[in-house]
Design a protein around this ligand. Structure first.
Ligand SMILES: [Zn+2]
Length: 418
């Protein structure tokens, strides 16, 4: 005997399941599950939200006659069957709707501006079905799902799979946003996991930084920190949070958290701006040899008499004592050795003066951004690592190189110099 097991395929959803989710959390209480007519009317209202405003005289007339929405002249009993899945929306009806589909603004706003608890529930239910959706993309994904269902109906089908919804651009954006925060939740520091409920769904959520559902008086308070963007889904207004922080922020956005998220975003964009400025500079490619070589050089910690004639480190770093101590140690241990190394390399396509000028320019660019000395020092070391494509294990060596240029007067100036 052969047993046929009908398995519900993973990452696919029936229209009736999707409709149930939206209806359960969005319809007025009297329109909910038990009430067939209420559910039918809710479906009609969803389709209304998806149809664009009339654009031709014919459409004008149709709108006046209440015929623009092809569901409006159907029996409530029939529509209720579409809702429950016992009947599919007919191909011709689905085609009619798709023909008049709008950009989705009204539909998307209806979802995005729903009560936070409702949004959270809809998001979770859709994720449970294996679809990757984040709080900030909820309205858009629901609209895209509705369109995908209508398209399936035109083919005589009624379910949509996650792969129907693949949006590479969206994936890339999500990845980039997570990269920006270093795959750590900006509010609690927890690692953002790449895998969530299943492989298709991320274990984090992307939220709108300026909350969607604020009351008017809260809106003005939040605006004093930073105004709401004109379009809520601009990249600058989106940030990934761990699921629990995302839920919390969605339900209870505090000014304090808003301020932190604004700060994080600001520092990310500063970083990017700085990186752009520094990327234009090129480093001498032979520098990499010196950096790698530093790993095997033993520092001269006893060489107190450094054979150079220049200002002391203390003259250039006078208030940040930890940085001063670090740089002094590096200079003491390595300055002479690095200088010898550079002079040995001179002539063979290595130009020390070019390297020194580039370091100076990089320093000037960072200084212009009003970073602290410690920040400038770290930025320069990281920049060298990135430029030379080196692993993090060379970070210390890169810092030693920066210290060399502090001593050599390209990085930092003598304070109170006359
Ligand atoms: Zn968190």
């Amino acid at each position: 005997m052969v047993l046929f097991v009908r398995e519900k395929s993973v990452n696919s959803m029936e229209f009736s399941d999707f409709f149930n989710i939206i209806c359960s959390y969005m319809a007025n209480p009297e329109d909910k599950k038990s009430n067939k007519q209420g559910r039918s009317e809710f479906l009609i209202s969803l389709i209304d939200l998806m149809i664009r405003t009339p654009q031709t005289e014919v459409e004008d007339q149709m709108a006046a006659d209440g015929e623009l929405n092809p569901l409006s002249d159907k029996e409530s009993d029939t529509i209720s069957k579409y809702c429950s899945g016992s009947r599919k929306i007919p191909k011709a009806v689905a085609k009619e709707i798709l023909k008049r589909i709008s950009s989705g603004k009204s539909f998307i706003e209806k979802i995005d501006f729903a009560a936070p608890g409702a949004k959270e529930s809809i998001r979770d239910e859709i994720r449970k079905q294996g679809f990757d959706v984040t709080s900030d993309s909820l309205g858009k994904i629901c609209f895209d799902l509705m369109k995908a269902f209508l398209k399936k109906f035109t083919e005589g089908k009624s379910s949509v799979t996650a792969s129907d919804m693949v949006d590479n651009q969206n994936d890339v954006t999500q990845y980039r946003l997570a990269e920006d925060v270093g795959w750590k939740c900006p509010l609690c520091g927890q690692e953002l996991s790449r895998d969530g409920i299943n492989k298709a769904v991320a274990g984090y959520d992307i939220v709108h930084i300026f909350p969607d559902n604020l009351k008017l008086k809260d809106k003005s308070k939040f605006s004093t920190i930073k105004k709401a963007p004109e379009k809520s889904d601009v990249l600058d207004n989106r940030i990934p949070l761990c699921l629990s922080c995302a839920n919390f922020y969605l339900e209870n956005p505090t000014l304090e958290n808003y301020q932190s998220l604004v700060n994080v975003k600001k520092s990310i964009s500063n970083q990017r701006y700085l990186a752009k400025g520094l990327n234009q500079l090129t480093l001498e490619k032979d520098l990499i040899k010196v950096i790698k070589g530093l790993k095997v050089i033993k520092p001269d910690i006893n060489d107190m008499f450094i054979s150079y004639d220049a200002h002391k480190v203390e003259d250039k770093i006078s208030s940040d004592y930890t940085l001063q101590g670090t740089v002094k140690y590096y200079v003491m241990g390595y300055y002479n050795k690095i200088r010898d190394e550079f002079s040995n390399m001179a002539g063979n396509s290595f130009y020390f003066d070019d390297l020194a000028a580039t370091m100076k320019l990089a320093y000037i660019k960072l200084k212009r951004e009003k970073l602290s000395q410690g920040e400038i020092f770290n930025q320069l070391a990281n920049w060298i690592l990135n430029k030379e494509n080196l692993e993090n294990e060379y970070l210390e060596a890169a810092r030693i190189i920066v210290a060399f240029f502090v001593q050599n007067c390209e990085v930092f100036e003598v304070e109170n110099a006359k």
